[in-house]
Design a protein around this ligand. Structure first.
Ligand SMILES: CC(C)(COP(=O)([O-])OP(=O)([O-])OC[C@H]1O[C@@H](n2cnc3c(N)ncnc32)[C@H](O)[C@@H]1OP(=O)([O-])[O-])[C@@H](O)C(=O)NCCC(=O)NCCSC(=O)C[C@@](C)(O)CC(=O)[O-]
Length: 338
């Protein structure tokens, strides 16, 4: 073995030890925050009728997911797919203990959200100037001012406020984004009263390396329990990015049924990390999840069939119908196929 090979092997062994040590500190429970009915559908050109959206939400909840972002009170001129959000919120059968948050861009959207008796809203400044202009028609600073007005009202009304930051690693218009910029916005969102800030890799360019660099910076202003990870899977890095994030003690993960998703104002953005792939991955880690993968797979097939396109979830694609009990899939994911 030459010296270069020896160094490589040593580095791999060291990183494996590090991985095992850090995985033992991974929380036994992970909170899954489903964004499919909003982030997943907003980019679909075929209009999804209200009853299909409502049925999708109900199937996801029936599978055991407790947080389902269900609608978006943005301008219908900007995102037509979300134009029936009031009807969606009025028609879902709310199950006690389940959180049905909605996206809100400004005070006008907030007033509509309030009329729908929501308990949690999400505000969503951009991490880059280019994306802010395209997505919100204003600068990052103006966006933050606007979102502070919304957060002030919501906190006063006793609602929970979640913050997203988009383009936390890279922007389709401005290129790479410095982690310090994201830490600064995170700090501002927490000061506005956000109980959690979801770090959005909107165009999915992140890697385990860039996610680590980002988290090193953001964790100087926030605790792990104040953060969530939101990865689009454009370059197939979603799960490895997630593993990098879990090593920092973050316990909330956003995902989208069937891997749907993308942003109409972010060129090149593809779907989010698929919920089916996430649940299978968590089974394999032995992380406690009360989610029934068989039912989640059914929900993914339901919406993919409606949209008339194949699922983006690898797990959904390969798990055959012979699995009728999610415990069999847990065994498979744990390599315990007796
Ligand atoms: C922010 C605005 C509204 C500014 O849009 P604007 O055109 O600058 O708004 P305006 O204040 O000038 O108003 C223009 C018209 O829109 C109406 N309007 C204004 N607001 C609303 C509202 N809330 N609901 C209904 N109507 C509204 C308003 O009443 C007026 O109507 P008019 O007088 O012309 O008839 C617009 O840019 C917008 O809606 N943007 C949102 C776009 C969007 O939803 N993008 C996808 C979100 S996903 C994302 O950001 C990333 C994330 C969160 O998923 C994380 C990740 O993936 O990384």
């Amino acid at each position: 073995m030459n010296n270069v090979t020896k160094t490589c092997v040593l580095n791999i062994l060291r990183s494996n030890n590090f991985l095992q040590r850090s995985l033992s500190t991974v929380a036994p429970e992970i909170r899954i925050y489903e964004v499919g009915p909003r982030d997943g559908l907003q980019n679909e050109s075929k209009f999804v009728p209200t009853d299909i959206k409502v049925e999708l939400i109900s199937k996801i909840v029936a599978a055991g997911i407790k947080n389902v972002e269900s609608a978006s009170f943005v301008s219908p001129k900007w995102v037509k797919q979300m134009s029936d959000s009031v009807d969606v919120m009025k028609n879902i059968q709310r199950v006690p203990g389940v959180n049905y948050p909605v996206l809100v861009p400004n005070l006008k959207g907030y007033e509509t959200a309030k009329q729908c008796n929501v308990e949690e809203i999400a505000i969503f400044p951009a991490g880059s100037e280019g994306f802010s202009q395209k997505n919100l028609n204003c600068s990052v600073e103006e966006g933050l001012k606007r979102f502070k007005q919304v957060a002030d009202e919501a906190v006063r009304d006793g609602l929970r406020v979640r913050g997203y930051i988009s383009c936390v690693v890279g922007c389709p218009y401005d290129g790479p984004i410095h982690p310090k910029n994201i830490a600064k916005i995170t700090e501002q969102l927490i000061a506005m009263g956000c109980y959690e800030v979801s770090l959005g890799d909107t165009i999915g360019v992140g890697t385990a390396g860039s996610v680590r660099r980002l988290l090193h910076e953001v964790l100087t202003v926030a605790k792990p329990e104040q953060l969530a990870l939101h990865f689009h899977d454009t370059y197939g890095q979603g799960l490895s990015n997630l593993l990098a994030g879990l090593e920092f003690g973050i316990k909330t993960v956003d995902s989208s049924i069937s891997g749907l998703g993308g942003c109409p104002y972010a060129r090149g953005a593809s779907g989010n990390l698929a919920t089916e792939d996430l649940v299978y991955f968590l089974y394999g880690l032995g992380v406690n999840t009360d989610v029934d993968l068989v039912k989640i797979i059914e929900a993914g097939r339901y919406i993919s069939n409606f949209l008339g396109k194949p699922t983006e979830s690898k797990v959904n694609r390969v798990i055959s119908d012979r699995f009728t009990n999610y415990r069999d899939i847990v065994k498979l994911a744990s390599c315990n196929c007796s």
